[in-house]
Ligand binder design. Structure first.
Ligand code: AR6
Length: 170
């Protein structure tokens, strides 16, 4: 599995699956979630609503991940995961690791071979970007599956991208 980190806008990535740092309501929001919904168009929200009605009445739990189609995005799937919210006292690193692990497992389930991740929880949810980078890289590197060929971290802003590059180079 190749693992790389680039600075950029994840919505323009032409990978099989884009991971969304969603909230448990799966109703869209700000940050990367808002950008993905805006770029994908309204079908994404419709699919999220259907999923909630069918499987996740109480919302998607923190650390869980689920796939939908990707609307007008170049990607084929959006994998929605809910990161821990530090402002709500969700400080357990295992919850964040679970987001990356479950997203990879869901990617394998749908047959995605290339996947792009944002810095889950490093925005509104208040986690330090360096800590997110350490957990993300460690979790992806230790993932046992072999079906995914490429993991690309797509980071908004040079400082966050630098944390991921440094962690990958270490
Ligand atoms: N491409 C790549 N990264 C982005 C983009 C983009 N287009 N836009 C923002 N980022 P956040 P969270 C970066 O707040 O902390 C939403 O309202 C951003 O700079 O999007 O997990 C949800 O609905 C930061 O480095 O996600 C939830 O309520 C990283 O993505 C809540 O925010 C994550 O920031 C989730 O908060």
């Amino acid at each position: 599995m190749r693992i790389e980190a680039v600075e950029g806008d994840i919505t323009t990535e032409s990978v099989d699956a884009i991971v969304n740092a969603a909230n448990s309501q799966l109703m869209g929001g700000g940050g990367v979630d808002g950008a993905i919904h805006a770029a994908a168009g309204p079908t994404l929200l419709h699919e999220c609503r259907r999923l909630r009605a069918a499987r996740w009445h109480d919302g998607l739990p923190v650390g869980e991940a689920v796939a939908t189609g990707a609307g007008e995005l170049e990607a084929q799937w959006v994998i929605h995961t809910v990161g821990p919210n530090r402002h709500r006292g969700q400080t357990d690193p295992d919850l964040l690791a679970s987001c990356f692990r479950r997203s990879l497992e869901v990617a394998e389930e749908v047959g995605a071979r290339t996947i792009a991740f944002p810095a889950i929880s490093a925005g509104v949810y208040g986690w330090d970007a360096a800590e997110v980078a350490a957990i993300a890289v460690d979790t992806v590197r230790s993932h046992p599956g072999h079906e995914v060929d490429l993991v690309r971290f797509v980071l908004f802003g040079a400082p966050v991208a630098q944390h991921f590059r440094e962690t990958l180079g270490a």
